[in-house]
Design a binder for this molecule. Sequence first.
Ligand code: NI
Length: 175
Amino acid sequence: MAILNILKYPEKSLSQPSVNVDVIDDKIKQLIKDMGETMFHDAGVGLAAPQIGINKRILVYDSHAMDPEYEEETREITALINPEIIATYGSFISEDEGCLSVVGYRANVKRFERVTVKALNIEGKKMEFDADGVLAVIMQHEIDHLDGVLFIDRLSPLKRSMYKKKRLKELKKEQ
Ligand code: NI
């Protein structure tokens, strides 16, 4: 088990599209375990491989994130390999969305209300399911990461450029 370093905007791998996983070997399984540990360590509900600098189509999420009586003890890592959104329904505003790779910023983001996701599980078994509410947002947010898209890329150009300017200024100060 290892806690990995989560990359922050504007690290390059966050804006690069990821490639499919061909073989789910022990290395990939270990990576998934480490991603899960890292996600919980940083109190996230989802994490995609590009966020730790690996441009492969893997994401993990907490499949209990949407439980109304959510407690830390019930959290559970679920991994999706080569996930795809194959159908979308409706739209709504996901309020106060944030990302472990986007420091110090949250925003309302327009998302689909419900999505159908197709993926492989950690055993390489094909699966397909519908997600709505919090889970629909996690799916869209994390699969976006696999395409090199951050939630700030889904905001108006003005809001996005304001965040980018602020972040670059802060980075300069840190140097
Ligand atoms: Ni994110």
